[in-house]
Design a protein around this ligand. Sequence first.
Ligand code: URQ
Ligand code: ZN
Ligand code: ZN
Length: 480
Amino acid sequence: MGGLLIRGGTVVNADYARRADVLCADGLIVAVGENLEAPAGAETLDAGGQLVLPGGIDPHTHMQLPFMGTVAADDFYSGTAAGLAGGTTCIIDFVIPDPHEPLLGAYQKWRGWARKAAADYGFHVAVTWWSDQVHEDMGTLVHQEGINSFKHFMAYKNAIMADDETLVNSFRRALELGAMPTVHAENGELVFQLQKQIIEQGITGPEGHPLSRPPAVEAEAAQRAIAIAGVLEVPLYVVHVSCAESADAIARARAAGQRVFGEVLAGHLVVDDSVYRNPDFAVAAAHVMSPPFREQRHQEALWRALQAGNLHTTATDHCTFCAPQKAAGREDFRKIPNGCGGIEERMMVIWDAGVNTGRMTPSEFVGVTSANAARIFNLYPRKGVIAAGADADLVLWDPEASRTLSARTQRSRVDYNVFEGRTVTGVPTHTVCQGRLVYARGDLRAERGAGRYLKRPPFGPVFSALSRKARLTKPTAVQR
Ligand code: URQ
Ligand code: ZN
Ligand code: ZN
């Protein structure tokens, strides 16, 4: 039996916080309550009055992604290990087939890469092209492989960009299957042409990157994806919402009764576009990701949307490239591999800038760092809550302790930290994953291959029947 008893903490779930002990055994939470007894052979961990949170879920990572002629520096082991050091015990990564690459083949490839993961993981599968075979493969992925979300990149023309034909066909198929379509919302044609225009004006450095992807380029795509989903009556999840205009588009759609969800990156909430004006190429290039970091005014809009329930999850888009890789774009910013880190720092940054400022309560913090992603991607209540029967993924959180974030101390393999020098208050002191203590006050014991692939069931007939029933029984206008 063994087991682990976490004693003397305050359990904080998305819907309540109370003083309680937590008993774990065989990888599961078996009891939550006051004055629990430790069974024979169980280890006891004294929480000492700290908070006990559900393990963080990062619904947007790209470990060892082959992209823009190189491969992301963090692989499934180093990236999930870094997450464990920051309180994140579960990721949802992405299978991204090349255009005309069979989806099932790409899926199997990524499954092989992820075997080394130190924490549990799921996949969103990107639909980067369309054919009858893609239509069929989406069904196989949902019914046999536990995929319930499909990603669509509206950016990255001449690479993985999905045009409207692919968007409409894939969204329609997702609804049939009870799966969630998600989008990277930037108008790829506008980006392509603005990039060319900026290079022709002689701007080749990283400062050209945000110029080629202004907020309107994101908002157009967000509004188009929302409109397509609205016509097809399919839910929609917009990843890395980075600007006020996109957040407003989601808020309008939700106010009109449309089922749209939004994700915001920890980076977009606290880092602004001044980074691109740093004279040091390596620093500016290290921050090249899409959508880019924005003018500061967008941060308050994103926080407000998070507080108002128009953005639902926080993520990192952890997709790391070291300086030598970023240097590919030394003469042409279009060649700088897009991506930054953050998986270790996400929860600390959101706590420090969100809870300490009074923007959100500890329970709301749990919602946006764990429970909401579990609910939206159908992992709840296995993940995202401290309750009997849930996976024993927990974080002991010291709201008083401070830490200065830096590449010098981070676990990620990348050689830069977009939160460099930021001192945060509120840090994880212990992480328990599948009932095992994997991080304790700086001592990281991430186990290569301990992570499990998470099958996520589709949103079954209950959901689609309800919407169909609602449509069929809509009261008809009374003939006067
Ligand atoms: O666009 C994404 O989400 C991937 C390719 C990571 N890179 C990025 O800049 N966000
Ligand atoms: Zn993206
Ligand atoms: Zn991404």
